[in-house]
Design a protein around this ligand. Structure first.
Ligand code: UDX
Ligand code: UDX
Length: 468
C-alpha cells in the first residue's frame, strides 16, 4: 500500500493511553492534524476544558503539551465519522477489559470495543488508511481486525476494498505518572506488520523525535506478544521482590538492602525491585490473565501456571498486609479509625484501577474499620464509586479528607498505601499528637524514615523489614 504523506491522524479512545499519546504526537508533528475521538461525550468535553486542572487524565507535563498543541493541530471530538473519513492513520486505543461472562470469563480480554472500532473504520474510512493497534491485545487480534476491514463493502469494488487498509501493531509502553517523559524519550518504539510502505509511514512520524535505532520493526504477532510479555516480566519482578519481602520480615533481613544488593548486578538491574502493597494499574493483572488464557488455549498449561503465580502472589501480598494490620491492632479493627494515605495505584496519577489501596480498604471495611481517606489527586466521587461498585453501601464507614492532619485525628493507625512524595515529608511529631495511642504507622511503600516515626512515639511496621 502506498501512502505518500500523512496529514491527518485519528485516534479512537480518549483514555489514559490515547489522550497523552496523541497529545505528544501532535506536539511533535505540528503539520499533522490529530483528532482524538471517543463515544463518551463527557470525556471529550473534559479534554476540551479551558481549565487544564479539569482534563480527565492527570499526568505531569501534559498541561504544557496541551497548551502548545490543543486547538492548533490537536482536537478532541465526538465527530467519529468525519474524523475517520479524513484520516490517513487511525489508531485504536479503546479499552480491552477482562471478559466477565462466557468463554474465557475472568481471563480472556474482551475485544468487543476493538471490533466495534474496526467496524467503524471499515464503514467510514476513505482512501488508503493505516489502522494501528495501540490497545494491548491478545496475540492474533490483528487477524480479526484485518478480516473485518477486508469484508467487501458494497459501495466499493472488491479490488479497491482489499487494498484500502493495512493493519499495524504499535503497542504503547508508557507508564502512568511518567507518560509524557516515556512518550518523549521512549526506550523503544515497536512496530509490527508486513506492509513495508505502511510501516515506513508510521515510522516517519516517530522519526521526528525518536532515534532510528530505537524503532524496532517485527512481524505482527511478535509485536502483539512483546507487549504482553513486557508487562508480564515487569510484574514478575514485583511479585518476586514482594515474595522476598515476606521472607525478610521473618529472617531479620531488610528488603531494601536485598534489592540494592541484587540490583547492583547489572544483569539483574535495579528497577522494578521495590517491595510494596502489590502492583495495581489497568495493565499488569489484565495482561497476565490474558497471557495465561492464551497459553491454555494453545495447549501450554505449564507455561500458563508459571505466569498465573505472578498474579496469585500479588493478591497474597495485599491480603498479607491487611492481615498484618489486623494482627498488630490486637486482632480487631472494628470501630477503629484508620487513616488511608493514598488511593491511586501509584504516585503522580489519579487512576485507581486495580489499586492495592482499594482492595485493602475494602477488606478493612469488611472488618468494621472506619476509614478516613486522603489522596492528592483522586476525587471523593471516584473513591465513592470504587468503594460502592461491588459491595454494600459503606455509608458512614469512610470519609474523604482534604488534609493529612484531618485524616489522622483520633486514628489508631496511618496506612501509607501510595508513594506520593508529600507522604515522605510529613511532620510525624505533629501528627502523633493527634492520634489515639498506642498508634501505628504502616508504611507499605518504604517512603518514611523509621527513626522519625519512632522518636515521635509511634509504633512502626514497614514492608520487608525484619529489623524494626
Ligand atoms: C488503554 C489501552 O487501550 C488498553 O488496551 C490497555 O490495556 C490499557 O490502556 P486506557 O486508555 O487506559 O486503555 O483506557 P480508558 O482510559 O478506559 O480509555 C478508553 C476510551 O475508549 C474510553 O474513553 C472509552 O469511552 C473509549 N471508547 C471505548 C470508544 O471511544 N469507543 C468504543 O467503542 C469503546
Ligand atoms: C505499566 C508498565 O510499566 C508500562 O510499560 C505499560 O505500558 C503499562 O503498565 P503502569 O501500570 O502505568 O505501567 O505503572 P508502573 O510504573 O509499571 O507500576 C505498576 C504497579 O507496580 C504500581 O502499582 C506500582 O506502584 C507497582 N510497582 C512498580 C511496585 O510495586 N514496585 C516497583 O518496583 C515498581
Amino acid at each position: 500500500m502506498k501512502i505518500n504523506s500523512i496529514s491527518h491522524i485519528c485516534c479512537i479512545g480518549a483514555g489514559y493511553v490515547g489522550g497523552p499519546t496523541m497529545s505528544v504526537i501532535a506536539d511533535r508533528c505540528p503539520d499533522i492534524e490529530v483528532t482524538v475521538i471517543d463515544i463518551n461525550k463527557d470525556r471529550i468535553d473534559a479534554w476540551n476544558e479551558k481549565d487544564l486542572r479539569k482534563i480527565p487524565v492527570y499526568e505531569p507535563g501534559l498541561d504544557e503539551v496541551l497548551k502548545r498543541a490543543r486547538g492548533r493541530n490537536l482536537f478532541f471530538s465526538t465527530a467519529i465519522e468525519a474524523s475517520i473519513a479524513k484520516a490517513d492513520i487511525v489508531f485504536i486505543s479503546v479499552n480491552t477489559p477482562i471478559k466477565s461472562k462466557g468463554v474465557g470469563a475472568g481471563q480472556a480480554s474482551d475485544i468487543r470495543w476493538v471490533e466495534a472500532s474496526a467496524r467503524q473504520v471499515a464503514k467510514y474510512a476513505k482512501g488508503k488508511t493505516i489502522v494501528v493497534e495501540k490497545s494491548t491485545l491478545p496475540v492474533r487480534t490483528a487477524a480479526a481486525i484485518k478480516s473485518i476491514l477486508e469484508t467487501p463493502n458494497k459501495n466499493i469494488s472488491e479490488d479497491e476494498s482489499c487494498q484500502r487498509f493495512s493493519v499495524l501493531s504499535n503497542p504503547e509502553f508508557l507508564a502512568e505518572g511518567t507518560a509524557i517523559k516515556d512518550l518523549e524519550e521512549p526506550d523503544r518504539v515497536l512496530i509490527g506488520g508486513d506492509d513495508s510502505s505502511a510501516i515506513e509511514a508510521l515510522k516517519s512520524i516517530y522519526l521526528r523525535w525518536v532515534p532510528k535505532e530505537q524503532i524496532l520493526c517485527t512481524n505482527l504477532w511478535s509485536s502483539e506478544l512483546s507487549k504482553l510479555i513486557s508487562n508480564a516480566f515487569l510484574a514478575q519482578r514485583i511479585s518476586s521482590i514482594n515474595a522476598v519481602s515476606a521472607l525478610c520480615e521473618v529472617t531479620g533481613a531488610d528488603v531494601r538492602e536485598v534489592s540494592k544488593a541484587i540490583g547492583a548486578d547489572h544483569r539483574i538491574g535495579k528497577k522494578f525491585l521495590e517491595a510494596g502493597p502489590g502492583f495495581g494499574g489497568s495493565c499488569f493483572k489484565k495482561d497476565i490473565l490474558n497471557l495465561v488464557y492464551l497459553c491454555n488455549h494453545f495447549g501450554l498449561p505449564e507455561v500458563a501456571s508459571y505466569w498465573e503465580q505472578v498474579i496469585e502472589l500479588n493478591a497474597w501480598q495485599q491480603q498479607r498486609i491487611y492481615r498484618t494490620i489486623l494482627h498488630k491492632l490486637f486482632g480487631t479493627v472494628n470501630g477503629k479509625k484508620l487513616a488511608i494515605l493514598g488511593f491511586a495505584f501509584k504516585a503522580d496519577t489519579n487512576d485507581t484501577r486495580e489499586s492495592p489501596s482499594l482492595r485493602i480498604a475494602l477488606d478493612l471495611l469488611e472488618e468494621g474499620a472506619l476509614l478516613s481517606i486522603h489522596d492528592p489527586k483522586v476525587s471523593e466521587d471516584k473513591i465513592f464509586e470504587d468503594l460502592n461498585r461491588n459491595e454494600a453501601a459503606w455509608e458512614g464507614k469512610w470519609s474523604y479528607v482534604k488534609t493529612i492532619s484531618e485524616a489522622v485525628i483520633e486514628a489508631d493507625a496511618v496506612l501509607i498505601l501510595t508513594d506520593w512524595k508529600e507522604y515522605a515529608e510529613l511532620d510525624w511529631f505533629d501528627l502523633a499528637k493527634k492520634m489515639r495511642a498506642p498508634a501505628w504507622v504502616f508504611d507499605t511503600r518504604s517512603i518514611v524514615e523509621p527513626s522519625q516515626i519512632k522518636s515521635a512515639g509511634l509504633n512502626f511496621w514497614r514492608v520487608g523489614d525484619g529489623v524494626n
